[in-house]
Ligand binder design. Structure first.
Ligand SMILES: Cc1cc2nc3c(=O)[nH]c(=O)nc-3n(C[C@H](O)[C@H](O)[C@H](O)COP(=O)(O)OP(=O)(O)OC[C@H]3O[C@@H](n4cnc5c(N)ncnc54)[C@H](O)[C@@H]3O)c2cc1C
Length: 482
């Protein structure tokens, strides 16, 4: 098996995994009305791989074996591979209502990072991690598995190191070494798609010192591993009404608090255990790939916001107003800057061990620009759309014969625009910007793939300031260049 159908993916999820949602144990995620929305959305990944229109983009044929595999598993070796990967992510997100699918994107980001760092660890410590990572990569590729990445620990007091916390389990750690593997304890927060993937890949989240050796751990387990428990978040779901929430009733991601209650990890699935001096490097190498994924999936949402704003301006008869044009220009500028920077990050990649790593400065600049301007862009859309976004009538009143005609008469807009279409557009804008899902999008923009400060630190640390300083010295006629 090298590619699976959407049905095969979904069937495989009914495996006894320990999920809890709103106070209840979820017996079968595939039949759950709320979690099922996330699963159906994610299953688009498999559907596209089978769709003649997208097969060439979503899959590749391995020349040696003739086998077709998901393109996500291809380690990028050059700019062309990275551009294809970003196109695949942007396209599947656009087809998914502007919501990234994220059941292979993030997992393969982790696999690429693990292979680069495992080699370094092996060179220093004589371990055999690279062999294990490669075998695991092959396994996921061959079985066409979906993966979540649990990197962000719950962290307790952010100013303290893992071993300085009030209890030792605020970061995932090794609690027992066995001949055939390790036992891990702790919890990771915000694990996207974890309730409906096959595998959970765990990575360290920060730099560590020797004192925190036991927290330097990376591994992979199936989502139904004994002791693995997920408390699933209900937030970000607005309603199941297609009318009220045209996007989020079909397309959304779901996160979990992912708890490792003494989970055994067999030796062959352990990719780091105790090599504290590589924990920070693994965390940042993963982030290099994952922020590139981020800036590849952001443009469709930007386009959706721009399109909705342009349409509602027409529906309200204000599309010629200069302030509206200016706001639309900002929205276009925003979307195209993120898109262009993501392409530039692929073009200006660096190659290490035959793996192409997206340009770090450009990737972080793009992610920071997107995140720090998102709320402003939402405010432009809301400004153009007007208050009806949060005061409009319900689906029930639109269909009730007693109220329908009033709504039809009084909530019309520019001549020729059917009232119902105008209301649907207003609902789209509420769904994207002012619903539970809209709020989720705002938090996603700021924190997912690392908070704003994380990008600032990377940009400052990695930028070649010396080049600029030397130019300034030359212009000023000081120092060596005088
Ligand atoms: C929708 C969503 C999906 C996500 N998906 C995933 C996922 O799939 N896998 C995964 O592993 N993670 C995921 N994340 C986690 C994401 O990477 C984190 O939210 C992000 O790194 C911030 O961590 P935090 O939420 O713990 O916030 P905090 O780290 O508590 O950050 C809050 C504030 O505290 C500041 N801060 C934190 N520590 C310090 C310090 N030592 N000194 C000074 N200031 C500090 C931060 O800069 C920020 O301003 C997701 C997050 C969201 C919102």
């Amino acid at each position: 098996m090298a590619t699976r159908s959407a049905e095969e993916y979904k069937t495989g999820l009914n495996d006894g995994r320990a999920l809890f949602f709103k106070g209840n144990r979820v017996e079968d995620v595939t039949r759950h009305p709320d979690l099922g929305v996330g699963m159906e959305h994610a299953s688009l990944d498999f559907a596209l791989a089978e769709d003649a229109a997208y097969q060439d983009l979503m899959t590749v044929k391995i020349p040696e074996t003739g086998e077709t595999i998901s393109r996500y598993f291809v380690s990028p070796t050059n700019t062309g591979d990275l551009l294809k990967r970003r196109e695949m992510i942007e396209t599947s997100t656009r087809l998914g209502g502007g919501v990234v699918l994220l059941i292979k994107e993030i997992g393969t980001d982790a696999l690429f990072a693990l292979s680069l760092v495992a080699k370094r660890i092996d060179e220093q410590y004589g371990t055999d991690y690279l062999k294990r990572v490669e075998a695991y990569h092959q396994h996921c590729q061959q079985e066409d598995l979906s993966m979540a990445v649990a990197q962000t620990d719950v962290k307790g007091d952010r100013s303290l190191a893992p071993s300085e916390q009030t209890h030792p389990d605020y970061y995932v750690r090794v609690v027992e070494e066995r001949a055939d593997g390790i036992v891990v304890r702790g919890a990771k927060a915000h694990t996207t798609c974890a309730p409906y993937v096959d595998e959970i890949i765990v990575l360290p989240t920060r730099n560590l010192t020797e004192q925190d050796k036991n927290y330097a751990v990376a591994f992979a387990v199936p989502a139904n591993a004994p002791g693995l428990k997920m408390i699933v978040s209900p937030f970000g779901a607005s309603s199941s009404s297609d009318f009220h929430n045209p996007v989020s009733s079909h397309h959304r991601m779901i996160e979990s608090l992912t708890i490792f209650d003494d989970v055994f990890v067999p030796r062959e699935r352990v990719f780091m255990s105790g090599e504290w001096d590589f924990a920070g490097g693994l965390a940042t190498t993963f982030v290099q790939f994952h922020r590139f994924t981020a800036i590849s999936y952001k443009p469709p949402l930007c386009d959706l916001l721009t399109g909705a704003a342009a349409l509602i301006a027409e529906h309200n008869g204000i599309s010629r107003a200069s302030h509206v044009r200016e706001k639309l220009m900002h929205l276009i500028n925003y979307a195209e800057t993120v898109r262009a920077l993501s392409k530039a990050a692929a073009v200006d990649c660096v190659q290490i061990d035959e793996v192409a790593i997206p340009n770090s400065i450009l990737t972080n600049v793009a992610k920071f620009y997107f995140a720090s301007n998102y709320h402003q862009m939402v405010s432009y859309v809301q400004d153009i759309a007007g208050g009806l976004v949060v005061t409009g009538p319900s689906e029930e009143d639109v269909t009730n014969p007693e109220t329908r005609d009033y709504i039809e008469k009084y909530l019309g807009g520019a001549a020729g625009v059917p009232t119902l279409e105008r209301l649907k557009l207003v609902n789209l804008i509420r769904d994207l910007t002012a619903s539970d899902f809209g709020g989720y999008n705002e938090l996603l923009a700021i924190h997912a793939e690392g908070s704003l400060e994380a990008q600032k630190i990377t940009i400052y640390r990695e930028y070649d300031l010396e080049r600029c300083k030397s130019l300034a010295k030359q212009a000023a006629g000081i120092g060596d260049n005088a």
